[in-house]
Design a protein around this ligand. Structure first.
Ligand code: NAG
Ligand code: NAG
Ligand code: NAG
Ligand code: NAG
Ligand code: NAG
Length: 490
């Protein structure tokens, strides 16, 4: 059979159109400063034995007006523990570790108001107030006991001293002494905090806790991990900034960035509207059912060995990443099963890498993203098959991404093959993500010749599709090849 010259033109659903280049780089809440604002005498008596209680109370009282209770019920009177009332040094010169631990200890051992989940005493919204100070600490602020909840720590800065333990966290929600086998804490809120780990250890550790809020925190100079979540459920990290070095991008030291911004080693957590501006890995995911939304990673460029989001849960990811911004640093997922990456922006040749461990890629949606690169021929989705090929691929949809200055890759490819011939071959290798895997083909055979040729799909192999006819005719053959869809047979 004679095969004439054929012009192949690929076009994809995610067509190219014009783009705009976006440049990177680019309380004292209590009316009462008193250590304990309760007026109920027996509660105060409980505290009298504490060191220097009277002095702190009187000091505070002399500076602040007395609390006006809005209700006669003692359980609605707020408890606010001011670090300055405990002798902590808000100028950051003297070591304030003991004072802060005393305040935390009093807060945790303060009066409760019933229970949250079983085993968690409800502290009723007690607050540890940093009074806008910056405190030097030489040991982790590790919670002394477990089984407490509904507590807020907020409003100031903590800085690790030069002899802070290199494996410690400035704030450590793993109890020094554990009481019971349930969750350690519930509904602890860490808010409006600036944490400087001074290149000694990490920022915050949350262990086996429920419904922890980390909100509007700036965590820097960590040498291990900015925020580490171990076990538990529903730690929500919101509106926060994490960076090992304080930089706004293009840092000459970027190759040396180390450490991890956030580790989620548990389920059902969320990171929303959070920036990781320097670290080797932005977010490391080691559990399931975690959601990332509005995350901006420019921690360490892929080209320097960095990773924006690393999903290291081979066999079951159950992770969804939406509305995020991967800025010169990409996403890596090992044997991903159930992973969505959608409505996100990849800048600076950032891409998605699937790393084969046992060859599984199942339930993936990499759709409706924007990719922008620098014409270096970088594929938007890549495979690392150094451990073996992906050979268990099902329900993978990589499609509808728009691409500028990078190579588009997809699991759905469409092409037109034109020619006066008996054979039309479309080679989709440059577009399709997986080698030698086409699950479904559809084609339309369009000819304006007077004859009505017999034609058929004759061969699908090596990501090539061959259509043949019984007689030579000038024809355009429109072919769609799909690697992803589940096949249904009837
Ligand atoms: C910081 O971490 C690096 C490894 O990433 C380690 O070599 C170094 O000793 C650590 N620094 C401190 C002060 O512990
Ligand atoms: C441990 O919990 C039990 C029961 O809630 C309580 O009676 C006990 O005082 C707690 N111990 C400590 C050290 O918190
Ligand atoms: C990276 O770190 C090494 C070792 O600490 C240092 O010699 C080098 O100057 C650093 N690079 C930059 C660009 O600062
Ligand atoms: C198509 O090819 C056949 C066989 O080579 C030839 O006879 C015919 O004229 C060609 N038709 C057109 C429109 O070029
Ligand atoms: C399909 O094409 C491949 C590659 O050219 C070839 O090895 C194979 O034998 C073909 N299959 C059939 C059924 O013709």
């Amino acid at each position: 059979m004679e095969t004439s010259r054929m012009a192949i033109l690929f076009f994809l659903v995610a067509g190219m159109s014009s783009f705009i280049i976006i440049h990177v780089y680019g309380d004292n809440a209590s009316p009462n400063g008193a250590l304990f604002s309760r007026k109920h005498s027996h509660l105060q008596k409980m505290q009298v034995s504490k060191d220097s209680f009277l002095q702190r109370d009187s000091l505070s009282s002399s500076r602040h007006p007395k609390l006006q209770s809005t209700t006669s019920s003692e359980t609605t009177i707020p408890l606010v523990y001011h670090l300055t009332s405990y002798g902590a040094d808000p100028t950051g010169k003297a070591d304030s570790t003991d004072a802060i631990l005393a305040a935390i200890s009093d807060a945790l051992k303060g009066p409760g108001n019933g229970f949250l989940i079983e085993g968690i005493v409800n502290l009723g919204g007690a607050r540890v107030d940093l009074d806008g100070g910056n405190y030097l600490i030489s040991r982790p602020i590790q919670f002394p006991i477990s089984g407490r909840g509904n507590l807020v720590i907020h409003g100031g800065s903590l800085t690790a001293s030069g002899d802070f333990p290199s494996d410690g966290y400035l704030i450590d929600l793993s109890p020094a002494s554990k009481n019971g086998s349930g969750y350690n804490y519930e509904f602890v809120t860490l808010r409006d905090l600036f944490l400087d780990s001074n290149f000694r250890g990490g920022g915050i550790q949350v262990v086996n806790s429920l419904r922890t809020n980390i909100d509007n925190c700036y965590i820097t100079h960590f040498n291990t991990t900015g925020i580490s979540v171990q076990g538990g459920h529903e730690t929500y990290i919101r509106y926060s900034y994490l960076g090992q070095y304080i930089t706004a991008g293009g840092d000459s030291n970027e190759r040396n960035f180390s450490g991890t911004g956030i580790v989620l080693s548990g389920n059902d957590n969320a990171v929303t509207d959070t920036v990781i501006f320097s670290a080797a890995i932005g977010i490391l995911i080691l559990g399931q059912a975690n959601t990332l939304s509005g995350v901006h990673c420019y921690n360490k460029a892929t080209g320097f060995g960095g990773t924006g989001i690393y999903i290291k849960t081979p066999g079951l990811a159950q992770t969804w990443i939406v509305n995020s911004y991967l800025d010169f640093t990409g996403i890596v997922a090992e044997d991903p099963v159930q992973l969505t990456v959608s409505s996100s922006f990849f800048l600076g040749d950032a891409f998605v890498l699937f790393k084969s461990i046992k060859g599984i890629a199942n339930g993936l949606n990499i759709v409706d993203n924007m990719f922008s690169g620098s014409d270096k021929g970088i594929d938007i989705v890549q495979l690392d098959q150094s451990n073996g090929p992906f050979n268990q691929v099902d329900q993978v949809v990589i499609d509808r991404n728009n691409v500028r200055g990078m190579n588009i890759k997809a699991t759905v490819a469409r092409g037109i093959v034109q020619g006066n011939s008996t054979s039309w071959t479309a080679d989709f290798n440059s577009v399709l993500v997986f080698p030698n895997l086409i699950k479904q083909v559809q084609y339309a055979f369009v000819t304006d010749s007077n004859s009505f040729p017999v034609h058929a799909l004759r061969n699908v192999s090596g990501n090539k599709v061959v259509i043949q006819s019984n007689v030579a005719v000038p024809a355009s053959v429109y072919i769609t090849a799909d690697q992803g869809g589940t096949s249904f047979s009837t």
